[in-house]
Design a protein around this ligand. Structure first.
Ligand code: PGA
Length: 252
């Protein structure tokens, strides 16, 4: 019942010409009717070019972050209205790099999530523990806190599009991947927390993606467990062939 979602997080890579070179190579590699929903998240200056280049296809375009307000004196920020206006459909919220380098907190994640839902942008809320937290047995405490505060005060009826990405920080860009069992256990726990904070029905329909060094050779084993509904891919999504292989592997 949950359609898999495979998202590419290009981070601070690819100028518009590189983004369109990617789509030129990538689109012929994927079937026109996908089993999975495919989302590309370019940097802000490549959003418009990527939207143009994927027009008429099933590929959707997401932003990597946004402000929660519609307008205002917030130099350098991009609002949900601005994203809507150019055809962005998804938005990453609370990626661990945003938390680590740009002071995002569970509270700002919550504000952004409410705003994204109000503006009909599909929110992909990122959660995950650091290495030291896992090693000291605090993984579930961290995930509980991130979900409880991040999803606080959300009307379950308005949260049907919610997507969560479980990205253990120690696996991001490191080449270390969670074992399928570690990922499945964390996803199951996250689903239970969503049931508590929102509702069992929303928990059952929410897609929970795995992220952290997903590559063509591990996508199939990580993406097809009971509580894993797709992947958020960083490094390996920069190359059209490897991202297409991940989609093929993850959508079995
Ligand atoms: P990675 O990044 O695939 O390069 O580990 C994942 C992410 O940061 O979303």
């Amino acid at each position: 019942m949950r359609k898999p979602l495979i998202a590419a997080n290009w981070k601070m890579y690819k100028i518009p010409a590189e983004a369109t070179a990617f789509t030129d190579a990538f689109l012929p590699l994927i079937a026109s009717k996908q089993k999975a929903e495919i989302v590309l998240c370019p940097s802000t200056t490549s959003l418009a070019a990527t939207i143009e280049a994927t027009k008429g296809t099933e590929v959707r375009i997401g932003a990597q972050t946004m402000h929660w307000l519609d307008n205002g004196a917030y130099t350098g920020e991009t609002s949900p209205i601005m994203l809507n206006a150019i055809g962005v459909t998804h938005v990453l919220i609370g990626h661990s790099e945003r938390r680590q380098y740009f002071n995002e907190t569970d509270e700002t994640v919550n504000l952004k999530l409410k705003s994204a839902l109000a503006h009909k942008l599909v929110p992909i809320v990122c959660v995950g523990e650091h290495k030291a937290e896992r090693e000291s047995g605090k993984t579930n405490d961290v995930l509980r806190q991130q979900i409880t505060v991040g999803l606080q005060g959300i009307d379950p009826a308005a949260a049907t599009s919610l997507v969560i990405a479980y990205e253990p920080v120690w696996a991001i860009g490191t080449g270390l991947t969670a074992t399928p069992q570690i990922a499945e256990d964390a996803h199951k726990f996250i689903r239970e927390q969503i049931a508590e904070v929102l509702s069992p029905a929303i928990a059952a329909s929410t897609r929970i993606l795995y992220g952290g060094s997903v590559k063509p050779d591990n996508a199939a084993s990580l993406c097809c467990l009971e509580n894993i509904d797709g992947a958020l891919v960083g490094g390996a999504s920069l190359d059209p062939t490897s991202f297409a292989q991940i989609i093929a592997g993850a959508s079995i």
